[in-house]
Design a binder for this molecule. Sequence first.
Ligand code: KIV
Length: 283
Amino acid sequence: MAKKKSILDFHNMKKKGEKVAWITAYDYPMASFAEQAGMDMILVGDSLGMVVLGYEGTVPVTMDDCISHCKAVRRGAPNTFIVGDMPFGSYHTTDADAVANAVRFLKEANCDAIKLEGGVRVASRIKAIADAGIVVIGHIGLTPQSAGVLGGFKAQGLYVDSARALIKDALAVQEAGALALLLEAVPPELTEFIAKKLTIPVYSIGAGLPCDGQLIICGDMLGMFQAFTPKFVKKYANVAEVITNAFKEYVDDVKAERFPEDKHVYHAKDSKEDFEKLFQEFN
Ligand code: KIV
């Protein structure tokens, strides 16, 4: 079994040009598959709101939802670096609230780090959490919790003015004490510049190749999440089809009494006659 990586390992990997593979997971089985596959890192994203809870966005997700899913993921992946995602509202009021909520991820769910969305505007939150001794991962670009303000789930930094703002955000995140940064849905040209400019590792979800590693959402890459598929997703499987077909076959088997078969039942150990006597006691 590979040793669990730490944030220092991720910094060393950046120095050596070794790429980090991370994925989201929200429950015990997915986490254990990720660990068995040798994933470097798991994000228990607040995307769980859409992928497993059926909300239209991430805003309704609560701290208790996140903690409960992080605990399940930790049980499934005891030897993998796990990042808890701070949900909308958990760091939007005060630095003190942000620290208190970040602490819950470590104390209650045994996470290794937290992630939060935003750049310059959340710099004081990042600093407060980092000062509390917690590994913080920043997240800028397409930040789903602010989809309303961004006008939807849209790529960011496509023009010089918005790219300039993102470079300032990236620098602010590093300066505030974050130990890694995730870029979402920005052009690879900008990703490359930011990844070279920052000393902390810079990861991509929909931000192209030239950085220190990639994140993908398990529901998207497995073909389980059907509401929509972002352009940046590579589908590695069509699990929705596999599951739906299996369910259909089961429905047909039940209706036609093809299931359960003899091999699926527990036969009585006492004789048929003994059982008949028993049934007569109740007639
Ligand atoms: O919640 C999540 O899975 C995320 C990714 C979209 C980066 O934050």
